[in-house]
Design a protein around this ligand. Structure first.
Ligand code: ADP
Length: 327
C-alpha cells in the first residue's frame, strides 16, 4: 500500500474462485475509503490467485520438514544485548523441564554465545554425513561456536554465513525433538529470511527490554516475521523489573505495565516478564543457567510460566506453508 498526499494505492489479492465478485468488492472498498477524512483518490490493483490444493500445501510443508524435529520456535530481537541468548537457553531448559525433548540451535553465526551459556567447548562429532549435537543439561545443542575459532565468522561474507546456518539447520542429526529453539541473530537479516525459506517455523518470540519496546527495532522484527508468514507468538520483556536481593522488594524501573500496553498496540501477545537480576547474569556467565541449577527460584518460575505460554500457543497453531501462488 502506498499513501501520499491523500492518494491511496494498493493491491488487492483475490482468490481465483472469488473472481466473479472481485469488481464489486473493489468498488465497495473504494467507496468506503473515499469516505475517510483526508482521502482524495483511491486506486486499487486487482490480482487473482489460485489457492493451493491441500496436496500442494502438504508438499511444501513436507519439503521444509527437518528430520528429527517436530516444532521449531525462533527467538529473535530487534537489536543485540537485550538478553535474547540468555532467554533462549533458559526457555529451552524450562520447556525441557516441562517434559519435552528439546534442542537449541545457535543461529547467531557472527556472535555465537550458546557454547558459553552451556559451559561447553566440546567439538561435535560427525557420523560421516551428519554432525552429532552436543548434549548439555539434557538438551541437544549446536552452535558454530563449537566448530570454528571465535573470531572466524566475523570476517565471513553473507553467502558463507547463510551456508553455515543452513548446514547447522539441516545437517545435524537432531533426534526426536519435540522442540528446536533457534537463537537468531539480532535484527532482520538474511538468516531470518533463509530460516523461513528452509524450515517450517511454528512460531517466533521477540525478546525486548522495556525501553526498546516502544522503539522501532521490535516493530521491525514483528513486521519481518509477518511478511515471511511465521506466526509471532508474542513478546517477552527482559530486564523488566528489579528485585532487591536484600529486601526482596520489586522496583519497576521502567514503570509498570508499559510492555503489556506496547504489545497490545503492536497487536501481539505479551508472553511474560523476566527481572533484571544478578543471579540470571552470574549463572549465565558461569555456563550454568538458573533454570537448570536453581529451579526453585522466582526467576526460574518466570521462565517456566513463559515456557508454558509458548508451548500452549504453539500447540494451537497449524504449521503453515504459503497459502497462495501467483498465476
Ligand atoms: P543478546 O543475545 O540479546 O545479545 P545476551 O543474552 O548475550 O544478549 O545478554 C547480554 C548480557 O545481559 C549478558 O551479560 C547477560 O548475562 C545479561 N542478561 C541477560 N538477561 C538478563 C537479565 N534478565 N538480568 C540480568 N542480566 C541479564
Amino acid at each position: 500500500m502506498e499513501i501520499s498526499n491523500g492518494n491511496i494505492q494498493f493491491t488487492l489479492e483475490i482468490d481465483e474462485k472469488f473472481k466473479s465478485v472481485a469488481d464489486q468488492l473493489s468498488k465497495d472498498i473504494e467507496k468506503e475509503i473515499l469516505e475517510l477524512q483526508g482521502v482524495n483518490s483511491v486506486s486499487i490493483i486487482l490480482t487473482a490467485h489460485k489457492s493451493l490444493t491441500a496436496k500442494q500445501e502438504t508438499e511444501i510443508i513436507d519439503e521444509k520438514r527437518i528430520p528429527g524435529i517436530d516444532k521449531i520456535i525462533a527467538v529473535a530481537s530487534g537489536k543485540g544485548g537485550v538478553g535474547k541468548s540468555t532467554t533462549s537457553i533458559n526457555l529451552a531448559i524450562s520447556i525441557k523441564n516441562l517434559g519435552f525433548n528439546v534442542g537449541i540451535l545457535d543461529a547467531d553465526i557472527y556472535g555465537p554465545s550458546i557454547p558459553k551459556l552451556v559451559g561447553s567447548t566440546q567439538k561435535p562429532q560427525s557420523d560421516g554425513k551428519m554432525l552429532i549435537p552436543i548434549e548439555a543439561f539434557g538438551l541437544q545443542v549446536m552452535s558454530i561456536g563449537f566448530l570454528v575459532a571465535e573470531e572466524s565468522p566475523t570476517i565471513w561474507r553473507g553467502p558463507m554465513v547463510i551456508s553455515a546456518f543452513t548446514q547447522l539447520l539441516t545437517q545435524v542429526a537432531w533426534k526426536n525433538l519435540d522442540y528446536l529453539i533457534i537463537d537468531l541473530p539480532p535484527g532482520t537479516g538474511d538468516i531470518q529470511l533463509s530460516l523461513s525459506q528452509k524450515a517450517n517455523v511454528s512460531g517466533s518470540v521477540i525478546v525486548s527490554t522495556p525501553q526498546d519496546l516502544a522503539l522501532i527495532d521490535a516493530r521491525k522484527g514483528l513486521n519481518m516475521f509477518r511478511k515471511v508468514d511465521i506466526p509471532v507468538l508474542g513478546i517477552i520483556e527482559n530486564m523488566s523489573y528489579f528485585i532487591c536481593p536484600s529486601c526482596n522488594e520489586q522496583t519497576n524501573i521502567f514503570g509498570n505495565g508499559g510492555a503489556k500496553k506496547e504489545a497490545e498496540k503492536l497487536g501481539v501477545d505479551f508472553l511474560g516478564a523476566i527481572p533484571l537480576d544478578t543471579e540470571i547474569r552470574l549463572t549465565s556467565d558461569q555456563g550454568k543457567p538458573i533454570t537448570e541449577t536453581n529451579i526453585n527460584t522466582p526467576q526460574s518460575e518466570q521462565y517456566k510460566l513463559i515456557a508454558q505460554n509458548i508451548v500452549s500457543k504453539v500447540s494451537n497453531i497449524k504449521t503453515s506453508g504459503p497459502k497462495i501462488i501467483i498465476d
